[in-house]
Design a protein around this ligand. Structure first.
Ligand code: SAH
Ligand code: SF4
Ligand code: F3S
Length: 453
């Protein structure tokens, strides 16, 4: 029989992009070949997101599109990731064409699930694990530019923010063996990669003390052999000064000065922190169960700026969470004005089944009000983002070239340390090279410039 082919689409966050590369590796090991297009594949996998209702609607729409293909070719369709974990068997019943449902900790069993599906059996594995980190699996890089790569350092989340479905879809928090992380980073370097982004839902709670992340047993820092996030960052930064390091996501309640110190100390750790605030109002933050106040958040911003005056900061904001008043909303706008974020991801609150907020609070802000508040937040952020980019014009930036600019094959596209996209004429430069670029103009989000010797 000829070799079977698979095609995988990733939705949601960077962790899903990274997980798809683990899935790719597991399937390749078992003889599957990657197909370039869905139409050619014997197996189509959707790695899904459940964070907001519209994320799930998008998947349902895509499944409907795939119906035709299935009819023609009898393609096997698998739903992976967070939506699979949330809906479990229900997904097979609701979406008749789905053959396989596999949660984030079940990817090692995918080859067997495919066999079951081929035999016409129901193929579901949504068992969550307390240990699985896929530490030994070297991900195959999908849709890679060959320059930047994601490296997952931990899985799951224990924070239980009241609005969030992730603890239910990804299970308990666990950290990956740091030496397996280093090995993956070294392998990437050998293959010519120049930048890694370390991924976790809350990287600041990364913790490893030898035979598993048993941080309940030991007070943080008490064990001298333990590796926390600051130490891990240091270890990765020391792999090679030519390798850039990014990470995401930082949590305001857990981000330590030790991490900031390490960032300031190593020039190859990018000066960019994604620090989701969610709201500027203390009663809302309390109901969100975020574990900090607006004052605490602002003190973390001060600390970042103390250690790294040039550090870019981005955030996530939710508009219209349960019980949010107009005054609460104004507090969010005020906090934004105080911080002036370089960038933000902004959302309307979407109630998620099983979460603490769904059980405890009423989703009582009318849709229209949510929308208006979100629009105000977006408008303010656009001003701030434009201002921040404008301030970078006239300066020289160290840019790592990632590939062609989207608009012109005569131009390179790369990012500076602060994660701002910089576009400039190619000249003799090559992909994967660090280039000094003077920014001469900008759009609302992008710097345009020219390389300088
Ligand atoms: N671990 C990260 C966030 C992961 S989810 C953190 O703690 O910050 C990414 C973002 O989606 C969140 O920061 C939040 O702003 C948003 N989000 C999560 N659940 C949501 C919901 N139910 N409705 C709207 N936005 C939500
Ligand atoms: Fe969700 Fe909170 Fe965990 Fe982030 S820290 S993934 S928002 S529960
Ligand atoms: Fe979505 Fe799951 Fe990421 S819910 S945001 S894909 S962790």
């Amino acid at each position: 029989m000829s070799q079977k082919t698979f095609y995988i689409e990733s939705y949601g966050c960077q962790m899903n992009v990274s997980d798809s590369e683990i899935v790719g590796s597991i399937l390749s090991e078992r003889g599957f070949r990657l197909a370039q297009e869905a139409e050619q594949a014997d197996l189509i996998l959707l790695n899904t997101c459940a964070i907001r209702d519209n994320a799930e609607q998008k998947i349902r729409y895509r499944l409907r599109e795939l119906k035709q293909l299935k009819k023609q070719k009898n393609t096997i369709i698998g739903v992976l990731g967070c939506m699979a974990e949330r809906l479990k068997n229900q997904l097979l019943e609701e979406e008749q064409l789905v053959d396989i449902v596999a949660g984030p900790d079940a990817y090692r069993s995918l080859p067997e699930l495919v066999e079951d599906a081929e035999d016409g059996k129901k193929a579901v594995n949504v068992i969550l694990s307390k240990e699985e980190t896929y530490a030994d699996i070297s991900p195959v890089r999908l849709n890679s530019n060959g320059v930047t790569a994601f490296v997952t350092i931990m899985r799951g989340c224990d924070n239980m923010c009241s609005f969030c479905v992730v603890p239910f879809t990804r299970g308990r928090e666990r950290s990956r063996n740091p030496y397996s992380i280093l090995k993956e980073v070294e392998d990437l370097l050998k293959q010519g990669y120049k930048e890694v982004t370390l991924l976790g839902q809350n990287v600041d709670s990364y913790y490893w003390n030898g035979d598993g992340a048993k941080k309940d047993l030991l007070k943080k820092g008490q064990d001298r052999n333990a590796v926390n996030f600051a130490k891990l960052l240091k270890m990765v930064a020391e792999v090679d000064p030519q390798l850039r390091i990014r990470f995401s996501t930082s949590h305001p309640k857990d981000m330590t000065d030790e991490v900031l110190e390490v960032m300031a100390q190593y020039s190859n750790i990018c000066k960019y922190i994604h620090l989701p605030v969610q709201s500027g109002s203390n009663p809302v933050l309390e109901r969100m169960n975020r574990g900090y106040t607006a004052e605490w958040y602002l003190s973390r911003i001060d600390a970042i700026r103390r250690y790294m005056p040039d550090c870019a900061i981005s955030t996530d904001i939710i508009a219209g969470f349960c019980g949010e008043t107009e005054a609460d909303h104004q507090e969010t706008l005020n906090l934004m004005k105080t911080v002036k974020f370089d960038f933000a991801y902004m959302f309307m609150y979407s109630e998620r089944p099983k979460t603490l907020a769904e059980r405890k609070y009423k989703d009582d802000v009318p849709e229209e009000v949510k929308k208006n508040r979100l629009n105000e937040i977006i408008a303010l952020q656009q001003q701030h983002s434009a201002e921040k980019v404008q301030q970078q014009v006239g300066k020289i930036h160290e840019v790592l070239i990632e590939g062609d600019s989207r608009k012109s094959s005569e131009m390179w596209m790369g990012r500076n340390s602060q994660n701002v996209v910089v576009v400039f004429p190619k000249k003799h430069h090559q992909k994967g090279e660090y280039v000094k670029v003077v920014a001469t103009q900008c759009t609302s989000t992008t710097l345009i410039g020219e390389s300088v010797e």
